[in-house]
Design a protein. Structure first.
Length: 175
């Protein structure tokens, strides 16, 4: 049996302006599941590990985000690339997740487990909601705030990605 050749429109680690729309949902499923396990079992260090993982991914890039690497290296080659979307809303949502998970971990650490559990459960619930329905509250907040800040979201179709350099086509890019 021969493998079907797989081509990407956008490189998952270099083309950071866009992302396969299914990658954030995969990440949300992982974060939501692990956060739920942490809250249900009371094993709060899992929340700290999730916060650390989100922080590392946000600061060093997708290549260092373990759920991202699993998605881009194992899942995406088997199911193909999904539609591309602006990566700023999921990144903003990850920043909120990082902040809330960090606060949950600190709450547990300083002896306020009820607050830690509530914060962890909110992340679990919102992440699992996003993974199962596609509605991401953090992304929605970004999309509401962005126009107020003068930012415009990227609405991309595959033909709008330059095949040679894998970046969104624009008059400025020269593609």
């Amino acid at each position: 049996m021969t493998a079907i050749p797989f081509t990407r429109t956008a490189h998952p680690y270099r083309d950071t302006a866009v992302i396969d729309a299914r990658a954030p949902r995969f990440n949300q499923a992982v974060v939501g599941t692990v956060a739920l396990v942490a809250v249900l079992t009371g094993w709060w260090p899992l929340l700290a590990l999730l916060a650390a993982q989100l922080g590392i991914g946000l600061s060093l890039g997708r290549r260092y985000c373990l759920p991202c690497v699993v998605y881009f290296e194992l899942v995406q080659p088997r199911i193909g690339e999904g539609p591309l979307e602006d990566s700023r809303p999921p990144r903003f949502a990850n920043t909120i997740g990082f902040t809330v998970l960090s606060a949950a971990s600190v709450s547990y650490l300083f002896g306020v487990p009820l607050l830690g559990a509530a914060l962890g459960a909110s992340v679990a619930g919102l992440a699992l909601l996003a993974a199962s329905t596609g509605f991401c509250l953090g992304c929605w907040i970004y999309k509401v705030i962005a126009p107020l800040r003068g930012e415009h979201l990227l609405h991309l179709k595959p033909e709008q990605i330059c095949v040679d350099c894998s970046v969104p086509r624009s008059e400025d890019s020269g593609c």
